[in-house]
Design a protein around this ligand. Sequence first.
Ligand SMILES: [Zn+2]
Length: 329
Amino acid sequence: MPMGRAAPCLRPPAVSCAEDSAAAAVEEPLPFRYNCAMFSDTPFHLKHLRDRGVDVGPELAALAERDTFFALDIGTESNDMNPRSDAARTAIESIQDPQTKTKIEAMLHFSLGIWPGKEAILRRAEAVAELRANLDAARRDPFLAPRIAAIGECGLDHHWNPAGVDKRSQDDFDARVFAGEAELFEALLSLGLDTDLPVIVHSREAFDGTMSCMAHSGVTRGVMHCFSYGIPEARAVLNQGWYISFSGSITYARKSALEESRELLRFVPRDRLLIETDAPYLAPGPHRGKTNTPVWVEEVYRCAAERLDMRAEDLSRLVDGNIRALFRL
Ligand SMILES: [Zn+2]
């Protein structure tokens, strides 16, 4: 896959939003070169990157070179913590430079969660018990314990699950999966409450159901990631005290949807905004269709910053402040 390199702080913007070049402006160089931790990513999938043949060591090293503050590897399966931690440890061991190694160890964090796939939904009680056991083990592991930052991802996905609501086929509705999916989500929200960790929620074509589970859970600390809804939905999420995270999909906005995307970004208070890649998925703008990498999160920041009429570097500092607040760092 194409390898991105870290951007030194003094570099001018590499890309602008694909459909929004008129708004692109060459930024003034920063007045200083130091203390410029750049472009945190919440989250990406380290093991999925490795499974696609990406050498994740150099990717993490590239983030370390630009002093990234926070890099979150997100969980999707009840039993994926060990292979993910192996992938991270192997990547760190492959780094020669001790300073780079130290920086990666400082920025890298993990969450544990279960993506709402049909198999996990049908064996949800067992899957949640496995996840709890893996969380307990992670909390006894000296490498993982200080790096466990969240529960997730978890949520509802009526695009992929047989819920009938995607209109692909009305007869794909499966009552067992539909009810079980909400139960699985509720169990993970409870885990967030029990552990006092923020929850990372995945929601696709399932807004009302997602909000209903969230509201009943009592969880007030969390983020809806890869936000794919509009302003009324954003308002409801924000009213629950939650954060909203935008991915590379904001760079896909067609000209006709640009104003809408700008309004949505501006609607979200700046102290509730996060930015992510969800790599290896959702590669931004010019890389669309390729295997995404956390290094390209810079392009999501640049696109969001253009729409907010601010500098990407300033947006990065602002998001780092939000990350400190949400993850209590
Ligand atoms: Zn997701």
